[in-house]
Write a protein that binds this ligand. Sequence first.
Ligand code: AHM
Ligand code: MG
Length: 326
Amino acid sequence: MYDIVTLQAHILQQQARYPDATGTFSWILSAISISAKMIAAQVRRARLEDVLGSAGEQNVQGEQQQKLDVIANEILLRLLGGREGVAIVASEENEEPVILRAQNDGETRYCVLFDPLDGSSNLDICGSVGTIFSILRKDQSSTVAEDSLLQPGLKQVAAGYVLYGSSTVLVLTIGSGVDMFVLDPSIGAFVRVAQGLTIPLRNKCYSLNEGNRLTLPQGYQNYLDWAQRSGYSSRYVGAMVGDVHRIMLQGGVFLYPPTKKAPNGKLRLMYEANPMAMLVEQAGGKALVGPGQRILELQPEGIHQRTCVVLGSSEEVDHVMAHVAG
Ligand code: AHM
Ligand code: MG
């Protein structure tokens, strides 16, 4: 017989390892878990409720917002806003961070950053979408709220994603390994299905938007030539959460290099690259911007900053970098 451990029980078990813990942090994770269930329910009913398609507005990146993007964003803002331990919330969908409790009153408070519905163009075709989140400790010394968000990914206290796929999966790290939970809709709880996930060291599979191939820097084109000659497969969901989840379980490499359209890369450092990099490294993989340059070491300069991303199985990332370094 094995124990059935819900996400809530798992969080309490982790909290018990720190005798001084006040529960503030656990309470924030519980808000994320409830948000994930609410968003999952909306995603399942999207076509029935007619919340597919564009909301007619552009987000701060100049992209069309989907109606469900807006709904998912509001769910997270409302749930996290109600938690005393949250100082600042920053979302890919909002130009400015939402400052909830910014006074430096000595209380330990946290900043939560998220991409509420990543890969939302997959919604209309019933494909995978996800939520990505990152938690930082608020820097008590900073007087300007945005400054306390601009910490390198290495400072993240926790990171995770929720994949709304054929089942709803939550993958979480709080800095010591990666655990995976699946939502059991019959009881409304996330149940732990794996502890200490490790990414396979190698898998001959790459994941990128190959339509951009001709505008990639030469090193990436050379890598693709090499991979294709070496019998690699190509897999691309078009939603980072879906692609990274496959790599977490089966290995391979995910790339979003600079392109002509997006010369600094398309993915956002704070909402996408940093949390995924923490998860990948915690699972024994690598997450780099370029040769020898970890995503987690980048000093952010703006909350919506973009970056090049190469992450996944350690040996597969090395193969890419060997070609990029040329
Ligand atoms: P989004 O946050 O606007 O949904 O964009 C991020 C998504 C990632 O999930 C995915 O990996 C990438 O954009 C796909 O981009 P492309 O369509 O250029 O391949
Ligand atoms: Mg996104």
